[in-house]
Design a protein around this ligand. Structure first.
Ligand SMILES: [Fe+2]
Ligand SMILES: [Fe+2]
Length: 349
């Protein structure tokens, strides 16, 4: 759809009126398209949005006005009616059909030009305001996202893994998603937006650890069954906290994916994971991708109870998990882009 600067569409049945308006407007730098009937307008308006519409008729303008307002993308375009009728019911019918201004003959050139300029100026300042609001809302969303991620870092830092782990996880998850999107099976689900959102949402996976006591989280040695249950509950605690945000922001893909990841990142492909023990494609794709990223990073990192392993060892462990713990197609994608995993691990450590 083209938005042509200074384009005015004129609808008039009257040749004299057409000539008068075209000469006047062209002389003052406006481009014009003329229609002798509103019936021919739709084809043009589907391709071109004018800056303003002038309806010049002898009597009732309301039906023409209504027909134009029904077209898509025209709702913010000013419509000026030039009419010979000074009948108050014609005027109010035209306003309720959506006209922005109503000028009664005889028409004065200066007045017409002034009214056009006022409406265009109004439209521009509304557009400026809308752009500003969009810009500020965007800033707010980013600020909110950063706050949530800062909380996630706080949750993980008690685990002494800090933000490096989160920064690597985000990048592994994004490149895995991008690689998988080349596959026909994932092409529809993994849009560029999906890859951007998983980059942010994957950092939240362990946010529920805020609700788990330090003593259990950092325990050296084997966990009792009860302690394991408490640690496993971080998936439910975290996702429940975020679900209340979904109620307020039901259209946020970021919050939706965050809940999937937080709740399901410990599920396994064969159904032996937790908290629900769901299997295969029942586990959301975002959580399946995230699970591989988390495992790779965990294997490569030193923990209080284990040494760091090499990339080759991590590849071997992950390949063994294909079809049991992990989705085989995601493991295949990982094997193909493993060099990038090495780079990310080396850059962020
Ligand atoms: Fe976790
Ligand atoms: Fe993690």
């Amino acid at each position: 759809m083209m938005d042509i600067k200074n384009l005015i569409i004129i609808v008039s049945y009257d040749d004299f009126c057409k000539q008068f308006l075209e000469e006047l407007l062209n002389k003052h730098g406006y481009k014009t398209i003329f229609f002798a009937s509103e019936r021919h307008i739709p084809d043009t308006l589907y391709r071109t949005i004018p800056e303003l519409v002038i309806i010049a008729v002898k009597e009732t303008a309301a039906s023409v006005c209504r027909a134009i307002r029904l077209l898509p993308d025209i709702s913010r375009v000013p419509i000026i009616v030039l009419c010979e009728s000074n009948d108050s019911s014609d005027r109010s019918a035209a306003f309720s059909a959506g006209c922005s201004d109503y000028v009664i003959s005889p028409f004065d050139e200066v007045e017409i030009l002034n009214r056009i300029e006022i409406h265009l100026e109004n439209k521009r300042s509304h557009q400026w305001l809308r752009d500003k609001i969009t810009e500020q809302t965007k800033g707010l969303t980013e600020a909110q996202m950063e706050t949530i991620i800062a909380m996630a870092e706080l949750a993980e830092s008690r685990d002494s893994l800090t933000m490096l782990h989160l920064n690597r996880i985000r990048r592994y998850s994004k490149i895995l998603a991008q690689k998988l999107s080349e596959d026909e099976q994932f092409h529809r689900e993994i849009t560029p937006e999906f890859s951007d959102v998983i980059y942010h949402a994957s950092a939240l996976h362990d946010i529920g650890k805020i609700g788990v006591k330090d003593g259990i989280l950092n325990k050296y040695g084997k966990l009792t069954a009860e302690e394991f249950e408490i640690i496993a509950s971080h998936t439910i605690k975290g996702s429940m906290a975020l679900e209340s945000v979904i109620e307020r922001h039901p259209n946020s893909q970021f919050i939706r994916m965050s809940v999937e990841i937080v709740r399901f990142h410990h599920e396994k492909w064969n159904g032996s994971g937790y908290p629900l023990g769901i299997a295969g494609e029942m586990i959301p794709l975002s959580a399946r991708i995230m699970a591989l990223s988390d495992i790779y990073d965990a294997v490569r990192s030193k923990r209080s109870y284990k040494e760091a392993k090499t990339h080759e060892e991590a590849v071997e462990e992950i390949t063994k998990m294909s079809g049991t713990h992990l989705d085989p197609r995601i493991v295949d994608a990982f094997v193909e882009i493993q060099e990038e995993f090495i780079n990310i691990y080396e850059q962020i450590s």
